[in-house]
Design a protein around this ligand. Structure first.
Ligand code: PLP
Length: 390
């Protein structure tokens, strides 16, 4: 490997030896094509014409009035397939094509990354096999159907707790056996090097557009940039362009679930250091290092690990992280829907709730919220939560 993929002491490559050649091949291709003119022109074409970039940086006037701050929303919810995930699947899908791979595999929890991968598989004419815990397959029938309609095969995983982390293990196993013709399209800034660096790279487009647009609208950088953190890709995507500007506060909202005393997915707020899925980071684990089950009302935030760069940003104090409970996210979901006519994903609602808290302590400041996805997929969960029968 050219790099050890470390962020401070976090990250790295903790995988079976059999996987090292595959990771090396991927690192080499990524380093070659990330600055390649033809590759980037083609990627920009698909981001624009297929996915709908650039996305607006929208001044949320009503919410600003209500919270006493200037609030801007980075509208990743307007992208094709409804979230920022398509930025990464287009990037990696195209890279796989340039590498001459013929097949995509991916893991998925609730199905959002599976759908974004199935979409790119259809676009580039590559078969896509999506590993999904059998518990999630049963819970997310509609998303399974959407993947299948786009031509992907959904493979139920019966091991462990039969959810996301088990699906990730199974996808890695498949990759070891089929690395010749297969690309493993990992969905967030987690996993072994080069994934955390590569996925962040494909999401930095969010930060680049945001910086350009806020400078045009405000003439200066924002006081704070706020995003939700599951594996960490939408947050690192928007943080990336502001990390070197120390005056900009970076705030991450984790899935606080029932609160830190109960079940939650707040890895950085309440976890400890450990190795999960090939890298050293904060994880939710018991005293024996067994990975705990995470919980959040939003499927995208209930991962018991977190991307290693976030661990580094946390311990160096460059970014702050805090939990948002299910109840707080639910209220923020209703707030944005009612005040702005924008129904946010439950994941993104965590960022909105965090912005409310920030605004209370920092009146008059300028805040950018990354609206990572739209909430159509969550309307049933909200109705259930409210006891409304649809
Ligand atoms: C998957 C998802 C997330 C969480 O993933 P990150 O890698 O942390 O960005 C957040 N928001 C939405 C809408 C998602 O679909």
């Amino acid at each position: 490997m050219i790099s050890d993929g470390k962020f401070g002491k976090y990250g790295g490559i903790f995988v079976p030896e059999l996987l090292i050649p595959a990771l090396e091949e991927l690192e080499k291709a990524f380093l070659k094509y990330k600055d390649d003119k033809e590759f980037n022109a083609e990627l920009e074409y698909y981001l624009r014409e297929f996915a709908g970039r650039p996305t607006p940086l929208y001044y949320a006037e009503n919410l600003s009035g209500k919270l006493g701050c200037k609030i801007y929303l980075k509208r990743e919810d307007l992208l094709h397939t409804g979230a920022h995930k398509i930025n990464n699947t287009l990037g990696q899908g195209l890279l796989a094509k340039y590498m001459g791979k013929e097949r995509l595999i991916a893991e998925t929890g609730a199905g959002q990354h599976g759908i974004a991968t199935a979409t790119v598989g259809a676009l580039f004419g590559m078969p896509a096999d999506i590993y999904m815990g059998s518990v999630d397959v049963a819970r997310q029938k509609l998303n399974v159907f959407r993947m299948e309609i786009s031509g992907a095969k959904v493979i139920p995983v019966e091991s462990g707790a039969k959810t996301l982390k088990d699906a990730m293990n199974e996808a890695m196993r498949d990759w070891i056996t089929n690395v010749e013709n297969t690309h493993y399209l990992l969905g967030s800034t987690a996993g072994p090097h080069p994934y955390p660096t590569m996925v962040k790279h494909f999401q930095t487009v969010i930060g680049k557009e945001t910086k350009r647009d806020i400078l045009e609208k405000e003439g200066e950088l924002p006081d704070a940039v706020i995003a939700c953190v599951g594996g960490g890709s939408n947050s690192l995507g928007i943080f990336s362009e502001f990390i070197d500007h120390k005056e900009v506060e970076l705030v991450g909202a984790e899935g606080g679930g029932d609160g830190l005393e109960g079940k939650h997915g707040a890895t950085l707020s309440a976890g400890t250091e450990g190795v999960l899925h090939g890298s050293l980071s904060f994880v939710l684990q018991d005293d024996y290092g067994q990975i705990s089950e995470a919980h959040s009302i939003s499927a995208g935030l209930d991962y018991p690990g977190v991307g290693p760069e976030h661990s580094y940003l946390k311990v160096t104090g460059r970014a702050q992280y805090g939990p948002i409970t299910d109840e707080e996210a639910f209220r923020a979901f209703k707030l944005l829907s009612k005040y702005e006519g924008i129904i946010p994903a439950l994941e993104s609602s965590h960022a909105v709730a965090m912005a409310e808290k920030y605004a209370k302590e920092n009146q008059g400041k300028t805040i950018v919220i990354n609206l990572s996805g739209r909430g159509d997929k969550d309307v049933n969960i909200i109705a259930d939560y409210m006891g409304v029968k649809l």
